[in-house]
Each structure stands twice: as C-alpha cells, then as structure tokens.
Unconditional design. Structure first.
Length: 264
C-alpha cells in the first residue's frame, strides 16, 4: 500500500498495488462501470475472481451519479371533467408574425383534454385564464375545485383570481418541476411535435403557433397513453380526422365574390 496525503483535504487516498483484484477495485479501474457488468465479466472469466468480502459501496458513484428518486403518488384525482386543472407556461420562442412568444396550457386531469392559448407576454396569463375557466366550467358542467402549477411569478395574478373563485390553488415545491409532471411532459410533447411538424414542412420557426395548434388538434382526437380519446372522454363525441392534411401542404383559398373583381 502507498498512502498519499492530499494537501487539499483531510482525506487520504490509497493506491492498491497488490495483486488483489476484487469487484470494487475493478469497478474503479473500469471507469466506474456498473457492478452488475463487472460481475458478468468475472463470471465469464474475462477478469480474475473477486474476493468474497469485496462488495462495497463506491463513494465516487454516490457523489457523481446520484439522481433524484422517482416521484410517486399523484395530486388530487379528478372524478369528473373540469374538477382538477393542470397548467403551465412555455417560452420564449421565436416571435410569430402575430407577435406571440409564449404559450400557456390548461389540462383537464380527468379527460386529459388540452387547451392552449398563445401569449405575447407572460403578463397576459391571467387574461387567458379567465375566459378559459368560465368556458370550461360550462363545457364540463362542473365547478373547478383545484388548479395546480409551479411557482412561476407570472401566475401570481392567477392565484389571486382562482382563490377569489373558491378554487384550491396548489403549486410545486421550489426547484421541483417533476411534481407538475402532467404539464411538464405535455409541454415537451407539444414542443417536440411542433418542431417536427415545422421541419417536415420546411417552414420557418415563426410559424410555430400554427404548427402547435395543428398538432394539438390531432392530439386531442387520438388515443393517449391511457388508451383514451381526450375529446371523446370530455364531450362523448369522438371527433373526426378526415379533414386533416399534412401541415404545410399547398392549399387554395376561395375569395368571396363580394371582395374580388370580375376577373379575379
């Protein structure tokens, strides 16, 4: 054994130069390869046998590879459409021709039906939330009981509004977007679908608002991971996809006779 005293810490580092080759030593030699693979190599005879008492916890792996544990459980489960709403804001993106740079999502926990509103500024969130709330309560014929979102500052006016309506307003813990996983996963799905649609159509990113609405229209009418059609579960009507065309395809627009010339 060679003992090396580090001047930068109170810890001592030891380099093993004996012929002993155990799982812990090979784990470190092989760049912290996971120990199951090291054991497989040992069983196949590609490494020397390990010592029976060599199974140790690697401190380097604990410090360098640690991740958060999975977030289990769920928030209040909705028994009816409209009872629980998840919401989140995404952006900024490239400005559209209409001046939009953000979008806000509202997800019905029961049906997983999604409503998206485009925003020019984060401060417009409340102006989009009010009409959604009133319309969705009438559509679902159920009073909203709970609205959940993260702790973003742009939602402070929304919090004040929903609490005045008697709605419970719950938020995620700081630096923990995973606890708003429904909205976070949806945002990733929407952004990925919008990006793919734009790239396939060969259109500039300024068309992202139109691509997003097109993608969402289809998503609300096709089975989700639960095997359920969101629009059908919300309204009882399946909706149709017969009128859907590839985004960005050529189209001809009819101009009303009242606004065109005789030869137009």
């Amino acid at each position: 054994m060679i003992k090396i005293n580090s001047p930068y810490s109170d810890c001592s580092f030891r380099a093993d130069i004996t012929p002993t080759r155990n799982i812990d030593l090979w784990h470190r030699r092989l760049g912290h390869l996971n120990k199951a693979t090291v054991q497989k190599l040992l069983r196949e005879g590609k490494l020397p046998e390990e010592r029976p008492d060599s199974r140790k916890v690697c401190q380097g792996c604990l410090e360098g590879k640690q991740t958060r544990s999975n977030f289990r459980g769920s928030l209040n489960e909705a028994e009816k459409a409209g009872e629980v709403i998840f919401t989140d804001l995404a952006g900024p993106f490239h400005q559209t021709k209409e001046g939009y740079r953000y979008f806000v999502t509202f997800i019905d926990s029961y049906s997983r039906y999604v409503v998206v509103r485009l925003l020019r500024n984060k401060s417009d969130t409340l102006a989009k939330c009010k009409p959604f709330h009133k319309r969705f309560e009438r559509l679902s014929n159920c009073l909203t009981k709970d609205v959940h979102r993260d702790n973003g500052g742009e939602y402070k006016p929304v919090k004040d509004y929903v609490q005045k309506q008697g709605v419970i307003y719950t938020t995620t813990a700081s630096y923990t977007p995973e606890s708003n996983g429904v909205a976070e996963r949806l945002n990733r799905t929407l952004i990925d679908g919008t990006r793919t649609t734009l790239q396939e159509a060969g259109l500039p990113s300024s068309f992202w608002g139109h691509a997003l609405k097109n993608f969402l229209y289809i998503k609300n009418r096709t089975p989700n991971s639960r095997g359920e059609n969101p629009l059908e579960k919300l309204t009882g009507k399946c909706g149709t996809l017969e009128n859907v065309s590839p985004f960005g395809c050529h189209a001809f627009v009819h101009i009303s006779r009242a606004v065109r010339g005789k030869l137009d």
